[in-house]
Structure formats: structure tokens, C-alpha cells
Design a protein around this ligand. Structure first.
Ligand code: COA
Length: 426
């Protein structure tokens, strides 16, 4: 079923006053699930991502199209009295307003939460900032990697002999947007009972930390016992009073590591992730052709293996040396070894199964032809989002204003005064 009147969020009107990634990722998913999402953008250039890292001249960048599909665009200067009036009219009719501007920007524009709540008590207001209201850094502007550093991800990622390292995964941006989405949907459910909307705030630092929960667990364990047995530093290295970087070690009770496969000398992704599952040790030994390890006291238990776990991984790499990553996983899966090939972005882009599931989709885009994007990772039994292109800057300005009751003359005057953007300037 496509995004029609029966889509899960059909009838929910969202004002998408967001930019870059955190806010747009949240509202894009609402649009996929059927909400009417109107992106309100600056007249001059719109969302900055339209222009960032362009691959085709004068064409909205992939950064923008991949985060703003299924939306409409109104480009209006909300710092003019006319623009503010338009915003206020939209707010009166909307269910949700989402913003992720720099701290204080909404207040400076005349759109404080108190004013918004007064205009429309049913409206739910979603807000992303770098830090929460109690933080001494709450006035900071924040991007992805800043949040990863402040949220505990960077200090615990990478190798022990290297600097703090950020992840390629958007833990600060899209992850915060997903947290906000959960908050907004929860507030929509609450409104069913109370009839009243509320403000939902998510800080990027908090959202990153929520994904680093097990590292806080490790901090507490370290303080109790002085070491972390699943980290490569145990038992031969040293621990300080803070959680170290553990390289590619598994974060749970199952040791694992990234292991070289055939061709690793030339292919930077000829690796698999290999997990030694305690309850699967016997089959693991059979899989890697080391049946003698099953009962050998130096190998038979996790405690016995840990002191020489890297020697064990080195032996497994010898077994992997004549197998491609796909061949290795093909064998290991028959022995129930939790493992996967390290996939490059090229392999992911070409993966037929990811295409078949709608996780990677090809989308039509005005002025571009088609582009590849990540579709919905959430699958419903009774709903399949239909992913469409992203709007041009101000593409729907005239239609939106006329729906709000503005006459053709008034709209023309807005254009002359540059209160709204002409999509042709795009
Ligand atoms: N018409 C007129 N003015 C508009 C407008 C519109 N349609 N849309 C936005 N503006 C104004 C804002 O009100 C703001 O005004 P100000 O001068 O009073 O601050 C100004 O444009 C710039 O806004 P913003 O995009 O927030 O500033 P920036 O480019 O300097 O900072 C961020 C960008 C991302 C660093 C900042 O927005 C931020 O820290 N956001 C919170 C955390 C976040 O979401 N980070 C990004 C994660 S992807």
C-alpha cells in the first residue's frame, strides 16, 4: 500500500522547520509514514544541505535529497512580519512543528514555545539542540562529531594507541532525529488522551549517550573490579580509571574481532566479523577445523581462552587465508557462528536483497533523474512507504499560501518583496 489516506500518519500535518540532518531525518520518516510534511526554508538558498557537496552543478545535493524526500517546500522569510504571520497561520492548523536551529533562534524569531502553545494548544513542538537545558554548554551550536565527542562515543571508539575516534554512523544527527520521532509519536498518543500538545526536546549529547549505554556500564564495572575482562587490554595490558578504547572487541559477553580473509592485502574490506559464542564453542571449533580445541583445557572455556584470545584469532585468520569473506561466512553460517562480511558501500549499493526489501531504493528526482537512497528500515505488515523525490526550494510556496487564504496579488507582492522564494531562482 502506498502513502495514501490510509497510511499510518495520514492526516497529521507537520511543519518541518529543520535543517542539515537531525531534524530532517525525523520529519522525512514522518513523511514516509504518511504525514503531510511541509518544509519551511530560508528564501536565500533554503536548507544549507541543498548546496553542500554537490555532484551536479545547479542541482540540489544528494545530502538534501536523501533527507527530504516525500516533503513539500515553502520558502519564506520568517523574520519579516508577513513571513511570521504565515508561520502563525500554519501553526494554528498543524499537529506537529519540528525545529533544530541554533539555541535561541526560535525565540529571536518570535516563536517561543509559550507563544506556539498559545497559538495552538494541541500542537506538539519538537526541538533538537546539541545539549539539554541543564548543560553548561547549552548555548553551543553543534554538529555530528561534536555530539559524538560529548556523548561518550568518541572516547570509547578506536584503538587504544590512537586518538578518540568518531563513527561514520550518524549517532549525533540521524540518531537524535530518531529519538525525537519516538518522542513526537509518544506525544501524539498522549494528546489522544489529554487533547493538549507538549514540547518534546532531545539533545544530541543525550541521544549519543543513550547508544553508549554499555560503555557507562563498563565504567561502573571498572570502578568495582579494576579491569574489563572482554577488552583486549585484559589480562596483559593496563587499565586506568576510565573505559579504554577497545578496538573491534565485542561489547557483550561474546569475544569477537574483525578478521582478515583472502585478498585483504589488496581489498580494504576483505574481512569478516567473527564472534566466539560461548554456547557454540564446539561447533565453532569444527567450523574452523580445530576439533582438538573443544576439550583442550587451554581453550575449552572463555576464561581459559581470554589470555590468548589474539593467538586464537590469528589461528582463525590462517583458516580464513584461502577463503573470500563470502566463502567464509558461507561455511561459518552452517555451524551457527555469528558472523558477517565487512561490506563496502559499493557492495551495499549493489546488494539485490537490500533493494528487494526496500532498504535501498532508487528514487526519481526533478532535475537529476534518479538517485539511490536508504529507504525505511522499519517494515510494517500492512504498509509500505512509497519514497518520492525531494521538493525544489519553494516549489509549493504559492499553493501553500493560497491554501492559507492569500490572494494571487498578495502572493505576487510577497515574491516582489522577496518574502517568498521563486523556485526558478533555485
Ligand atoms: N527565514 C528567516 N530566517 C530563518 C529562516 C527563515 N525561513 N530559517 C532559519 N532562519 C534563521 C534562524 O532563525 C537563525 O537566526 P539567528 O540569526 O537569530 O540565529 C539563522 O537563520 C541561522 O539558523 P541556523 O541554521 O540554526 O544557524 P547556523 O547555520 O549558524 O547553525 C547549526 C547551524 C546546525 C550548528 C545550528 O542550527 C545548531 O546548533 N542546531 C542545533 C543542533 C543541531 O540540530 N545540529 C545539527 C545536527 S544535523
Amino acid at each position: 500500500m502506498a502513502a495514501t489516506a490510509t497510511a499510518p500518519l495520514a492526516g497529521i500535518k507537520v511543519i518541518d522547520f529543520t535543517g542539515v540532518q537531525a531534524g530532517p531525518a525525523c520529519t522525512q520518516m514522518m513523511a514516509w509514514f504518511g504525514a503531510d510534511v511541509l518544509k519551511v526554508e530560508r528564501v536565500t538558498g533554503g536548507d544549507v544541505t541543498r548546496h553542500q557537496l554537490r555532484d551536479i552543478p545547479n542541482t540540489d545535493a544528494l545530502y538534501f535529497t536523501m533527507l527530504n524526500s516525500n516533503k513539500r517546500s515553502l520558502a519564506i522569510n520568517t523574520k519579516t512580519p508577513e513571513g511570521l504571520e504565515v508561520m502563525e497561520k500554519l501553526i494554528r492548523e498543524a499537529d506537529v512543528l519540528v525545529e533544530n536551529f541554533a539555541p535561541g533562534a526560535m525565540d529571536r524569531m518570535g516563536l517561543s514555545w509559550e507563544h506556539i502553545h498559545e497559538l495552538n494548544p494541541r500542537l506538539i513542538f519538537g526541538s533538537v539542540k546539541g545539549f539539554n537545558d541543564e548543560s553548561p554548554w547549552k548555548d553551543l551550536k553543534v554538529y555530528e562529531n561534536v555530539a559524538q565527542c560529548a556523548g561518550g562515543a568518541a572516547s570509547t571508539t578506536g584503538f587504544w594507541d590512537g586518538p578518540p575516534t568518531v563513527s561514520a554512523a550518524a549517532l549525533g544527527d540521524s540518531n537524535t532525529g530518531m529519538h525525537l520521532l519516538i518522542g513526537l509519536l509518544t506525544a501524539l498518543l498522549a494528546r489522544e488522551k489529554t487533547g493538549v500538545g507538549q514540547k518534546v526536546s532531545v539533545s544530541m549529547q543525550d541521544a549519543v549517550l543513550n547508544l553508549c549505554r554499555v560503555k557507562l556500564r563498563d565504567q561502573e564495572r571498572l570502578e568495582k573490579v579494576g579491569y574489563l575482562e572482554e577488552y583486549p587490554q585484559y589480562p596483559n595490558g593496563t587499565f586506568t580509571d576510565t573505559v579504554p578504547r577497545g578496538g573491534n572487541a565485542g561489547g557483550g559477553g561474546q569475544p569477537g574481532w574483525v578478521l582478515k580473509c583472502k585478498g585483504w592485502q589488496d581489498d580494504p574490506n576483505a574481512y569478516i566479523y567473527f564472534t566466539i559464542q560461548e554456547q557454540n564453542w564446539e561447533k565453532t571449533c569444527q567450523a574452523i577445523e580445530k576439533p582438538e580445541w573443544v576439550d583442550d583445557p587451554a581453550y575449552a572455556t572463555a576464561t581459559a581462552r581470554q589470555p590468548h584470545i589474539f593467538d586464537i584469532f590469528a589461528d582463525i585468520e590462517k583458516w580464513l587465508a584461502d577463503k573470500t569473506k563470502y566463502e567464509a561466512v558461507g561455511i561459518l553460517r552452517t555451524f551457527d557462528v555469528p558472523c558477517a562480511p565487512v561490506l563496502s558501500m559499493k557492495e551495499i549499493a549493489e546488494d539485490p536483497a537490500l533493494r528487494a526489501s526496500g532498504t535501498v531504493v532508487e528514487v526519481q528526482q526533478q532535475g537529476r533523474g534518479t538517485f539511490l537512497t536508504v529507504g525505511s528500515p522499519i517494515k510494517f505488515s500492512d504498509y509500505t512507504p512509497a519514497i518520492t523525490g525531494a521538493p525544489l526550494l519553494g516549489e509549493h510556496s504559492t499553493a501553500v499560501l493560497s491554501d492559507l487564504g492569500y490572494t494571487a496579488d498578495q502572493i505576487a507582492n510577497f515574491q516582489v518583496a522577496h518574502v517568498i522564494a521563486d523556485p526558478a531562482e533555485h
